[in-house]
Design a protein around this ligand. Sequence first.
Ligand code: FAD
Length: 544
Amino acid sequence: GKKIVIVGGVAGGASVAARARRLDEQAQITIYEKGPDVGFSNCSLPYYLSRTVASAQKLVMMTPKRFKAQYNVDAVVNHEVVAIDAAARTVKVQNCQTGDLTTDHYDELFLAPGTVANRPRQIAGINGDQVFTMRNVTDVVALDDYLHDHHATHVAVIGGGFIGIETAENLTRAGYRVTLIEQRAQVLPTLDDELVQIIHKHLRDHHVKLLLGQQVTEISKSEMTLATGETVPATAVVVAAGGTPAVQVAVEAGVTLGATGAIQVDQQYRTNLPHVYAVGDAIEVPDALTRQARQLGLAWPAQMEARRAVDHVYGRPTRNRGFYGAQCLPVFELNVATVGYTEAASRAQGWSVKSALVISEDKVGLMPDAHPIYLKVVFDALTGEIFGAQAVGKGDVDKQVDIVATVMQQHGTVEDLGDLELCYQPEFSTTKNAVNFAGLVATNLLNGEYRQVPVTAVRDLVAQGADIIDVREPGEYARGHVVTARNIPLSQFRQRLGEIAHDHPVYLHCASGKRSYNVTRALKNLGYANVVNVSGSFNALCEY
Ligand code: FAD
């Protein structure tokens, strides 16, 4: 049989092994993994800190023994591939415990080395004993032990991506006081401003000290220093500042990298070297929207690339259609799901963009566990083609984003979202699902039936002295309102049309954008050509 050698034994590598065995009972399959574990759940690592995953052993889903018994795969842990000779088709392997070197032959070689967690060099003390990363079981156990041994009370996390947030949440649940520092003005770059503000508030409500737009300059024994000079107490620091493709061995062997610094592969995951394939976080893949190469750090792509690469070796046709980056995460009681491009990222691409933000419910409001869902769909202002979707809510927001992601992957438009026939029963959805609402609103915007500005534009409108009308009821207005806004409630506007101007733009807002939308449409039908809805929610920051 074929001799298959795999470098790296977690998401991509383990998937290569399992797929190869399913296609070929005769193949001799060997995985080399430099760490002590293969087939562990990276994605669950932070959950050990809060004991949501009760023991570190539970994180390891596939041991070498089980790999052998179930798949007849040799998973060799604590062994690092240190060199590849593509002409001779051999790898040099070092036993990490003894230092001994051996050589192994391959017919087909699969590289799945993932990334190395970044430790920004400009931070003094970044390699200190109290600084940890979150890559494997060893990392999380070392962090957890350190926190217990040092009776830690304060922990800092650098980086507001999903790994940083999940780590901050689980440390908080474990009883630590957590500071989360992000150098950008927001966490989660997959969310636009008006949705990420909900997450910022939610993190702060859960006592995560959130420092945005801040740089760390130094880590010392019990604190961190910021560029501002401020210090933050921290017995330990977790660095979740992204990863760099682990490509050194590949590069030394002559593997070509792309512009992103990750391994360049073709549609079948072949590198430039014969019989050498690469998958997972270490490679770059085509972005489905821009067609440009992009490096992704997600498990779905890693395991699917693995399957496709093996399929190719066994003569099965495969075609890489590009990736959209669908992802989700919980943030305490909230859930976040995103796919594709945000409005900000779409504009940065120079695309002509519109967006629809609807605040709907994930179930009929009478049901005890119904919750608001904020769903934003970003689309091409000319064609209605969907660039991306973002959802935030307490319920299963991944469902809504998965629906939009599916339509995107079929190259559908916002009109298709409006037309989608979906399941309905009060415990599951609303008669028009949030995705339908977003599609219908987006279609109206696409057709120019009304105009809107996002809630984030209100500050500028106030500064410009724009005519802003608050259509909430007087009691709500009295409890707090935009400084310059007049109050003409939805319940009274038909009697007070004389107070609404024709000759200049009038901006209508309410709490969620829903009532103001209805007034906008009504005024338009009454001949007011200059009305603009403010979409998005002033309540977003208070509702959760
Ligand atoms: P990895 O799974 O990282 O495996 C690479 C392995 O190769 C490593 O174990 C490494 O030790 C080994 N290796 C490297 N070089 C060598 C060598 N020369 N010789 C031998 N072995 C070597 N993705 C999601 O989609 N959803 C999530 O919820 C999610 N949560 C995450 C949470 C955390 C804390 C982390 C760290 C990641 C998360 N990810 C998530 C990302 C996901 O885990 C990765 O995209 C995926 O594991 C990538 O698979 P991979 O095989 O390319 O790399």
